[in-house]
Ligand binder design. Structure first.
Ligand code: TRP
Length: 360
């Protein structure tokens, strides 16, 4: 069995960081067709672990995220999209896996450590937040998924899942499979910086270009992008490292874009060389990037608008996907419980053994 699963927390519309880091790859995988099942989870329950006081935000963004998926080309006839909180057996699995993980192991998780720092929980860490890697192990094993396309920050979650799988199989019997991550193709794609040049595009930093942004908004954001603060006059030599426009060009520019929009150069290396020598202005490279992003995002935005004009169909897609997800996850959960001996009413030998014990 070759099952692919991945997911996103619905805390906002998806941006081009999600696109190059994950969505684009998902569509490729979907179209290559080399899998038995492909699931995408809208992880609303996980989103609540740090938004428990703002459930409205999570609820609002479930359909936004679904629209983003479909607009990017995720095809619901090939991929099962479902809503995490509506698959109750995920909670059951999580509860049993909790016995297999120590608190100190959870506290050592580098992603959790980083997130705790950012969220300023101090010493009041919600138990739900600390334990969400366990619930993510349920997400993965509940669908017997072994291929997990994610960003690098999710590697500790995959490792945690592998440990739970090993521990479960050792104690109760080998039915779970260890998953593997597949990462984005390049470092820049993995961690697309925000337009302000900061480490990562993130809603809370207000430095994102959203898939649903209108053309003027995209242009405005591109023109305000962080470049090289010491590159003041056109003739000054400019730096490429840490220059956000070039980081984006690394990810998005193809030779045909040069032909179409900047034919003085054959490729990105030529443009970079000239910029480093001096003689290329920031406006020029920004307008070039803007042309490329407009071209890439236009069809996504149009599709999104079309889909949004029939939101009930999107809702039905989620409903159908979630129905299927429940069938699959219930079966895994029943098998897990059976191995743990938690199947009293579907196991005649249980009653028989008790009868024998009491000689009746
Ligand atoms: N933690 C992931 C994120 O923040 C979302 C997620 C939830 C996920 N469950 C998953 C990813 C299972 C992969 C597999 O992006």
């Amino acid at each position: 069995m070759k099952n692919i699963l991945t997911g996103d927390r619905p805390t906002g519309r998806l941006h081009i960081g999600h696109y190059v880091g994950s969505l684009r790859r998902r569509v490729e995988l979907q179209n290559e067709g080399d899998y038995d099942n492909f699931y995408i989870e809208i992880a609303d329950a996980q989103a609540l672990t740090d938004n428990y006081d703002n459930p409205g935000k999570v609820r609002e963004n479930v359909l936004e995220v679904a629209l983003d998926y479909l607009a990017c080309g995720i095809d619901p006839s090939k991929v099962t999209i479902f809503i995490q909180s509506q698959v109750p057996s995920l909670c059951e699995l999580t509860f049993y896996y909790m016995n297999l993980v120590t608190l100190s192991r959870l506290e050592r998780n580098p992603t959790i450590k980083e997130e705790l720092k950012m969220r300023k929980f101090g010493s009041s860490i919600p138990a739900g937040f600390l334990t969400y890697p366990i619930s993510q192990a349920a997400d993965i094993t509940g669908f017997d998924a072994t291929i997990i396309p994610v960003g690098e920050d999710q590697l500790p979650m995959i490792e945690q899942t592998r440990e739970i799988v090993r521990s479960f199989n050792n104690i109760y019997g080998s039915i779970l499979h260890e998953p593997n991550a597949i990462l984005p193709e390049s470092e820049s794609a993995n961690r697309l910086p925000g337009i302000d040049g900061r480490a990562k595009m993130s809603k809370s930093l207000n430095n994102c270009i959203y898939l649903s942004d209108e053309p003027e908004v995209i242009k405005e954001k591109v023109m305000s992008m962080y470049t090289d603060p010491e590159h003041i006059r056109v003739e000054d030599p400019g730096k490429i490292e840490g220059n956000t426009v070039f980081t984006y060009l690394d990810v998005f520019a193809k030779p045909e874009h040069f032909e179409k929009y900047l034919s003085d150069y054959k490729n990105l290396d030529e443009l970079k060389n000239h910029y480093q020598r001096g003689g290329v202005g920031d406006v020029k490279i920004k307008l070039f990037l803007n042309n490329i992003l407009q071209e890439e995002l236009e069809p996504i935005r149009q599709r999104r608008k079309m889909l949004a004009s029939d939101i009930e169909s999107v809702y039905r897609i989620l409903e159908e996907g979630t129905k299927k997800a429940n069938l699959v996850c219930d079966e895994v959960c029943n098998n897990v419980k059976k191995l743990m001996g938690l199947n009293y009413f579907s196991d005649e030998s249980f009653l028989n053994s008790q009868r024998e014990k009491y000689n009746n």
